[in-house]
Design a protein around this ligand. Sequence first.
Ligand code: HEM
Length: 446
Amino acid sequence: MTFVLDPLLYPHIIKHSQQLDFREFLQNTTPRTFGYPPVHSKMFSGLKEQIAYSFTLLQGNNLTLLTERMLDNLMLVFRQDHLGHSGWRSGSIYQFCLSMMFEATLLTMYGHPAAATRHGGVSALRDDFLKFDSKFHLLVQQVPIWLFWGMKAVRKNLINYFMPDHISRWTDMSEFIRMRMEMFEDHENLRDVDKAAHHFAMLWAALTNSVPATFWAMYYLLSHPEALQVVRQEIQEVFQISDVEFSSNTNVKLHREEMDKLPYLESAIKESFRLSSVTMSLRVVQEDFNLRLGESRSIAVREGDIIIMYPQIMYFDPEIYEEPKKFRFDRYVHNGAEKTDFYKDNQKLKHYLMPFGLGSSLCPGRFFAMSQIKQFLCLMLLYFDLQLEDGQSHFEPRKAGLGFKLHSADIRFRYRLRLQLFWKGFPQGLSMCFWGLLIVLPEGHL
Ligand code: HEM
């Protein structure tokens, strides 16, 4: 195994996408992990290409639709589970992010049950998802599933949730999942349970990184009140400029154009990615050859060797990122626009942040993921006053593993509906009484 630590070498590796393959690793590991037959097998001719094509439905107009639906679904869960209380409440940051993102993503991608707005059994599904996710790093290394007590049953529950005759009754399904359902139907060798396993695998891909990434972005904002203030101000300004309807009993409409006008929010999310992402990009060598690494360097690699691009070293390199351990929410903004120039050895880096992978292993859901995280944070900042609970120490992400790692401690926060919203949600008469109370109550009672 060869680890490539110098980010200036990444472009040379990406260039050799034929000889340094990303897909072989996925094709050899994911089918057994999720329980479906290998997609490159002759039995499923064309399926691999159809799957790759389906990823285009995570971009363009379909992304606009997905983004709009995601916001509606975040609002649905948010309103029913979290709005409507006026005083301070407390909770676990992770549990909050998990419950909102899990259900809203499920509804957005797979749709709603025919006769209800929310699915039954979501918390059991979520618990099984977490159990599976906690062993994923071992399962993907082909540790047999039967070695983990009860895990086979957990995976079976997850797969059964997505059986075609069950999900075909759901309404408002995204084009992305609908197209995948149709293309699975073209393959008569694919059993219903295999199709369901593909759907479960897609839900896993959509959530396994998004939830912890949202958690870290929220944690870093809450632990840096000066950043929280600037980002909230920016969001409020965009809302006012765009004249977005906004109160505790009207759904917010945040379109993609508005989301693109939030450089400080975007920078804060990227900065939290830099500090918490442990994604590494892996390639399998397809034949013996000399891998050229610039004008005067090359290394001999053999068929079957594994090459790993390991960006954490770059993220904490003080030559590239000044004071690398600090959360600087505005690190990726310059003169009000996105900052993209970062240097190593006086050379501008092409790849300075790669939580979504790079080259052939670039995540197809990256645009959707960014907008989901932005939407979630916009709602939190617009609707709530937010604080970390007192008496908790400073937390740092773990530095090893895959994707995003959570902190083992349960980090808690306090949240309260912002006064002006609580206020807007009130009928006129009641608001008069409220102002009356403000006048008669002595100082310190609110
Ligand atoms: C913060 C959130 C996310 C991060 C950091 C992330 C990161 C990644 C990375 C690094 C890969 C490459 C895998 C590898 O190198 O082994 C990947 C693949 C993938 N991601 Fe994401 N992802 C995120 C969210 C999403 C979402 C929301 C979706 C779908 C809606 C998604 C769908 C996928 C799929 C389908 C693949 C496999 C692509 C393939 O087979 O070529 N991801 N993701």
